[in-house]
Design a protein around this ligand. Structure first.
Ligand SMILES: *Cc1c(COP(=O)(O)O)cnc(C)c1O
Ligand SMILES: [Zn+2]
Length: 505
């Protein structure tokens, strides 16, 4: 809809005004020593103490001057605008990047992913009402695009200002999806931005490997696991002129906050009785989701904070283990050695964002009248079983989506979730990225370390039909004709009908 056709009172708010002195003022803040830094430079850690940073809006209070109800109308009407820059995560421009001019925004179709209610069969199985939010329907088929849209919009803005050199190399370590996403966005900004990605050798799926290759990135495979790649990338970013795109980069976190904003908007800003469930790997996403809900809460856009449940596989569970200790004083973070996991994108033993999680969980719980953030671990078996069951009921969940659903069931059993709660389960990527694990399940070929044995009811495999009595069958380039072809069609359909036990009309 054109601007002039919106209600007059909403028109001044629809297109963010960056000329106002009253606008946002973003700064990096260190979570350890509290030191603040300007954003003209791309910083990852505090130059004083080395701790991770978060980006804050020093002028955030201005957003509280607009009532929650008016914000609802701004966001809901803004959805009808046909301005590319505001169609994705920057629909929430004031909250995600109030200093980024619209012409610096990179929009590749990310965000506003579908929220799909589970059918009654699946809800009955799970015991509770729930929806999947399909973040696999982002352009590179995972939620990582939310953070990349933010990080690359910032880079484009800084290149324009001359603060970042115009031949910048974007670099990241990845469990697969970060590199797919970074390479995609970098390729859009060619020739200015080039990209290189570091992957743990044989620890990403063929689909994930194909993505940065297809986008034209330089792809390096390194022995070890993600945590090893991360150290190499960190060493590179300290010594060379590169832009690090891992979630250490706080711009990624800002973009991923859009997930919370969308959930709020999807449910008419009513977060009472809502539970958001998401997997944890490097812990960037849960950081963003907490931060996003907190910002909407502080500005009165939502009146309650939803429960948040972070889930980890038993094979990569450092965050879960940390919170096992109920006494906050006694908690001590110990990195774990990861074991093979089908939730491969979350196979991280030493999450970079752990200090951010500790910081925000504290705030989140103390802003509510009771504990609102919970951590759960699930078995590899449950992850696969729930993923496959979900996808047999109309979903496109990846293994991490299965992990989140398994956590929903466990949380309900543990009474963390109540009967009347409504859960939003994050399927962080598309099922197709992890189809190799489905294949292993169906063929019962999981290596022992996964500890997964298939449930026969969930196995599916193709059936080859070739009627034995037929002499000739078609082949590529060698079609059958006449009576042979008629015979082939007749006999083959007969065998299929038999296999399916079809009744004649
Ligand atoms: C990156 C990723 C995760 C883990 O997210 P973090 O922000 O690293 O905690 C989970 N699922 C998928 C599909 C991912 O790509
Ligand atoms: Zn510091």
């Amino acid at each position: 809809m054109k601007l002039e056709n919106f209600p007059e009172d909403i028109q001044p708010y629809l297109i963010p005004d960056l000329t106002s002195d009253e606008g946002g003022r973003l700064i990096y803040r260190c979570l350890e020593c509290g030191q603040e830094y300007g954003i003209e430079k791309l910083l990852y850690t505090c130059p004083e103490c080395g701790q991770v940073l978060l980006i804050y809006d020093a002028n955030f209070d201005r957003l509280k001057k607009i009532s929650g109800e008016l914000w609802h109308r701004i966001f809901d009407y803004r959805k009808m605008l046909k301005i590319s820059a505001l169609k994705g995560i920057y629909l929430y421009h004031e909250f995600i990047g109030p200093i980024i001019p619209l012409d610096s925004i990179v929009y590749l179709g990310e965000g506003h992913t579908p929220v799909v209610e589970a059918n009654s069969f699946l809800q009955k199985k799970a015991g509770i009402r729930f929806y999947f939010k399909n973040d696999g329907q982002n352009p590179s088929a995972s939620f990582k695009d939310r953070g990349m849209a933010s990080a690359f919009s910032y880079i484009q803005f800084m290149v324009g200002k001359g603060y970042i050199s115009s031949d910048v190399l974007a670099i990241c370590a990845s469990t697969g999806d970060t590199s797919a996403s970074a390479a995609l966005y970098a390729s859009y900004l060619k020739p200015h931005v080039k990209s290189a990605v570091l992957l743990p050798h044989k620890k990403v799926t063929p689909q994930q490997l194909s993505q940065p290759l297809g986008s034209g990135a330089s792809v390096f495979e390194i022995p070890g696991v993600f945590d090893d790649c991360m150290k190499v990338v960190e060493a590179l970013s300290e010594k060379y002129n590169v832009a690090l795109l891992n979630s250490k980069n706080a711009w990624r976190i800002l973009g991923q906050e859009s997930y919370s904003y969308e959930i709020a908007q999807d449910f008419e800003y009513d977060m009472s009785d809502k539970v958001v469930i998401l997997p944890i790997g490097n812990a960037g996403n849960i950081t963003a989701v907490m931060s996003g809900f907190l910002k909407f809460y502080e500005t009165g856009i939502i009146k309650t904070l939803p429960k948040i449940i972070g889930v980890q596989s038993k094979h990569a569970n450092p965050v879960y283990k940390y919170y096992l200790e109920p006494d906050a004083e006694k908690r001590e973070f110990v990195p774990v050695t990861v074991m093979s996991s089908v939730a491969q994108a979350a196979m991280i033993g030493n999450p970079v964002s752990m200090p951010r999680v500790i910081h925000l969980v504290d705030i989140y719980n103390s802003m509510s009248d009771k504990q609102k953030v919970f951590f759960i671990e699930v078995s590899e078996q449950d992850i696969m079983d729930w993923e496959l069951l979900a996808n047999r009921n109309g979903h496109i969940a990846c293994t991490h989506g299965g992990e989140s659903l398994a956590a929903l069931v466990s949380a309900y059993e543990q009474k963390i979730i109540e009967k009347n709660d409504v859960a939003i389960v994050d399927s962080t990527a598309h099922a197709l990225k992890f189809s190799g694990f489905q294949k292993m399940y169906f063929e019962n070929s999981f290596p022992e370390e996964f500890e997964i044995s298939p449930n026969p009811d969930l196995i599916n495999s193709p059936v080859f039909i070739r009627p034995k009595d037929l002499e000739k069958v078609p082949a590529p380039g060698k079609p059958l004709t006449g009576e042979d072809f008629k015979q082939f069609v007749e006999r083959t359909s007969e065998e299929i009908a038999n296999a399916l036990d079809l009744k004649k009309v």
